[in-house]
Design a protein around this ligand. Structure first.
Ligand SMILES: [Zn+2]
Length: 171
């Protein structure tokens, strides 16, 4: 049952870009930028941060928004901008890349754990796998509403500990 987690191709490519980057300090710096809706989760662990390059003294950051029209996008861009400017990078450009589209498969293992610690059930991609309660880990949970605190989450209730919780919907 406990198989080695399969890393999706977009996640593996993104990890390789960071590993092989000529600007490791910039990647580390942008780990400070968190998802405005889930303040424990960095844009990197959420899978939004795609690439960082420097050309002509300009830092070019590429991000893929979680879904089009996400109200948090503007806030993410402003946060990236202010972190880089505060660190002394005067020129920052942020590009949004829409293909390949963001999917919940881009969330890192660390990000999934952070979601769980924050009380949000991480996305379940395997068919038939139960959505477990983030508080007591019981698989006996029930869908209450397709829309939780934000459009990308659904509201569930645990039948074991009776706590309601958000589930990060699988995209
Ligand atoms: Zn529970």
């Amino acid at each position: 049952m406990d198989s080695i987690p399969v890393i999706s191709e977009p996640l593996a490519e993104r990890m390789a870009r960071r590993r092989d980057s000529a600007y490791p300090a910039l990647w580390d710096l942008l780990d400070q930028v968190k998802d405005p809706e889930i303040p424990v989760l960095s844009l990197w662990d959420l899978g939004v941060l795609q690439d960082i390059v420097v050309a002509d003294q300009t830092v070019l950051v590429t991000i893929t928004p979680t879904y089009s029209g996400c109200p948090a996008l503007r806030e993410m861009q402003q946060d990236i901008d202010s972190v880089l400017i505060a660190a002394g990078y005067a020129k920052v450009e942020i590009a949004t890349q829409l293909a390949p589209a963001w999917s919940t498969e881009m969330i890192s293992e660390k990000g999934r754990q952070q979601l769980l610690d924050y009380g949000i059930a991480p996305p379940v991609s395997r068919r038939g796998q139960p959505i477990c309660c983030p508080r007591c880990a019981s698989p006996k949970t029930q869908l209450i509403s397709q829309f939780g605190s934000t459009a990308c989450k659904a509201l569930y209730c645990c039948e074991h500990c009776a706590e309601p919780f958000d589930y990060f919907k699988c995209l």
